[in-house]
Design a binder for this molecule. Structure first.
Ligand SMILES: [Fe+2]
Ligand SMILES: [Fe+2]
Length: 148
């Protein structure tokens, strides 16, 4: 039987992985704009970790959940394994795919739990990770697709 704390612990580990991944990807990015976007997203993952670390029922209560669009651009693209010579386009796809995995993971967790507060917390995180994916896909749309 998994407890409230087990779910939170598990989610904190996933956020730590996301923080590290954004650090790695930002390290490869060559254009300042892309680097900044990736570091901003890393900061948001840090905030997720903090939120999870000091979560209380009152904090869950105050979370505002906004439905986020999904452009689904990266869903049909294939990601390359991370490497130092990745270009702008590859980095955006890699990051967007990671965000989709985060959305899937929080969706799984949301289905598994029955406690109302946990459901709301995971629903909030689903929309947050969707918003990250959206930012990355909008960037892709702007700089990659419009070039054709
Ligand atoms: Fe996150
Ligand atoms: Fe994210």
């Amino acid at each position: 039987m998994q407890t409230f704390e087990d779910f939170i612990e598990f989610a904190i580990k996933r956020e730590e992985e996301a923080i590290k991944a954004y650090g790695d990807i930002a390290g490869i990015a060559k254009t300042p704009g892309l680097k900044k976007l990736l570091l901003d997203l890393q900061e948001e993952e840090r905030n997720h970790k903090k939120l999870l670390q000091d979560i209380t029922e009152e904090k869950v209560e105050s979370l505002e959940i906004k439905e986020v669009d999904d452009l689904k651009i990266s869903d049909y693209l294939v990601e390359e394994p991370p490497s130092p010579d990745m270009n702008f386009q590859d980095l955006l796809i890699l990051a967007a795919k990671k965000e989709q995995k985060a959305v899937d993971l929080y969706s799984d967790l949301e289905r598994k739990v029955s406690k109302k507060e946990l459901k709301k917390l995971f629903e909030f995180l689903i929309q947050q990770e969707k918003s990250h994916k959206l930012k990355l896909e909008e960037e892709y749309e702007k700089h990659v697709l419009e070039g054709y």
